[in-house]
Structures are given as structure tokens and as C-alpha cells.
Write a protein that binds this ligand. Sequence first.
Ligand SMILES: NC(=O)c1ccc[n+]([C@@H]2O[C@H](COP(=O)([O-])OP(=O)(O)OC[C@H]3O[C@@H](n4cnc5c(N)ncnc54)[C@H](OP(=O)(O)O)[C@@H]3O)[C@@H](O)[C@H]2O)c1
Length: 308
Amino acid sequence: MWPFSRYHRRDIPQSYKPVVLVTGCSNGIGLELAHLLYNEHPEYRVVATAREKSIQKLHDQFLENDRFMIYPLDVTKEEERKELINHVNKTWGGVDILVNNAGISYRSVIEHMTAKDELLQMETNYLGPMGLIRRVLPYMRETGRGKIINVSSVAGMLAMPTMSSYSASKYALEGASESLWYEMRPFGVQVSLIQPGFVNSNSFQNVYHSELSDPAHNWDGPYCDFYQNMTPFVAKMMRMSRSSAHKIAKLIIKTIKTENPSLWIPATLDATMFYYIRRLLPRRILLPVLYWFLPNAKHWGKRHTNRR
Ligand SMILES: NC(=O)c1ccc[n+]([C@@H]2O[C@H](COP(=O)([O-])OP(=O)(O)OC[C@H]3O[C@@H](n4cnc5c(N)ncnc54)[C@H](OP(=O)(O)O)[C@@H]3O)[C@@H](O)[C@H]2O)c1
């Protein structure tokens, strides 16, 4: 299965090094993946990307060479997506494996989000990845091989309070990837969704807030209990998790190397558990059961409503 079994076809030279493009390499899972590809997988050529403001972090940790390229990419910017893919096509022929990893997560109830916040969430986690996919597919289709690996989340199978927009973006990614799986099957292009649940990492600190959900503002008002309970709850679950960004990155490498990976790949124990909970619990009791597990949920908002 080295390095990507489809390359063992007789018409492809054994020395061919598939090109892997990873988004969001400045931190977390993307950075771990870049390190693994750089240090342990010389059988691939790598395009490690990060936003202009974070690109120096990559130059500080990696040396560019004939198999490792660092390139700026803000996934929300069409011009940057176009320039990057044109550059890779010109330099190395095309992208064989695309890992859509870059992502952000808003912590906000729906009422506190603005249209601009919603758009940024969707542009980063859904519209940007779709734009990149559209640019790499022609080469993959023509060559009759390739892999699209989208980093999704448990939030793409179950939604939680204060994470609606993040969940919506991951549900969108999941739905589109499922369609793409069918559309690409005749062309030999494989599509997978990596689904991490809680990961023990510092990415919790990178959470985005809308103006109204900002901790500086939300310590009073009808939703303060939601934030005051959900924020430490999520932080605790992440701290307790036995999964790390490194483990998720290793799973992505395994997916790259697997000949026919599944569309859905749960990446943490809780992801597997939530998958079965979603499928096995009768619909009528699914939400009440999960609600019961949320910290103090039955008291949320009590001081701010006349409902008794
Ligand atoms: N960690 C978890 O618990 C967890 C759980 C489930 C799913 N996931 C998913 O896993 C993926 C990676 O998350 P992570 O935990 O590694 O998060 P992270 O540590 O916050 O890293 C996110 C990366 O995405 C980049 N990014 C954000 N907006 C971008 C944009 N517009 N263009 C290009 N890059 C951008 C960030 O770059 P900057 O440094 O420039 O901001 C950073 O490198 C995400 O898709 C996330 O939704 C994570």
C-alpha cells in the first residue's frame, strides 16, 4: 500500500510522489499532519498552507525543498485558492490528495450571531473547502485517481447549544461530501470525512465569539447560563479526551494510505459513541436524553422567562 496503492498501476512510475495539499497548517491537527508528512513520509510531495498572518510559523519549523512547499492560503479567498492551485499545477502537475483541515468554531447562541458571523463560519468550514475541491477535481478526474479528505466533526452528526453555526457548517460539509462520494466514484476519486469529537488540544482557545457572545458581554442576560455552563463543560471534555491532534493526524495519514477508505471515519471514541447514539436511540427520546446530560440545563434561562 505504498504510498497510495492506486499509484501501483502499471502506467504510473513507482517513483511518482503523490502531491498532498493540507489547509490550516499553522496549528493543531494541520500542523501535526505537516510534521508527520515532513519527517516520516518522504514518499509524498507536500503543500503546507496557512494564512499570510500565520505563514511565518511554518517557515520557522520547516525548510522548503523539492518535496515540501509552503504557500499562503486563506481558504475564504477565491483569488488565493486560484493562485495556489495554478501554482501547484505548474510546479508539480496537480494535487492528488486534498486535506481540507482549516476550520473555525463560533461559540454563540443563534440569537447572538450576526449575518456576517454566520458567513465567516460558512466560508471557512464549508464554502472555502468546496471552492478548493472544485479547483482540484479536474486533474483528479482526468488522471482517474485522487482523494478528498474533509475534516469534519461530531458536530456534523449532533448539534449542541451555543454551537449552531459550527454544526451547520459541518453538517453542510458532511452532506456535500456524501454527494461527492457518488459523483466521484465513476472517476476513481475517493472522498472521506474525518470526524473528531473532543480532542485534547489548545484549539479550544481559538474559539470565535460574536459581539454579543463575547465573554466580556455575556455574563448577564437570558443566555448567560448557557455560556457559563457550556464553556467549562466543553473545555473539561477536551481536557479529559485521550485523543490528541497528533492521533488525528496519524489517522489522516492512514486514510491517505488506505486503498478504499470509508466515507465516514470517526476519529475519537466519543465520535464512535455519538454515531451509535444517533442511530440507535429512538427519535423521540434522543434529544431529551442528551439534554439531560448537559450541565444544569434544566435551570438555564429560568431567571429570564415567565414560563413556569
Ligand atoms: N480540536 C478539536 O477538538 C476538533 C474537534 C472536531 C473537529 N475539529 C476540526 O478539525 C479541524 C482542525 O482543527 P484544530 O483543532 O486543529 O483547530 P486549530 O488548532 O484552531 O487550527 C485551525 C487551523 O485552521 C486555520 N484557519 C482558520 N481560518 C482559516 C482560513 N480562513 N484560511 C486558512 N486557514 C484557516 C488556523 O489558522 P490561523 O493560525 O491563521 O488562525 C489554524 O491553522 C477543523 O476543521 C475543526 O473544525 C477539531
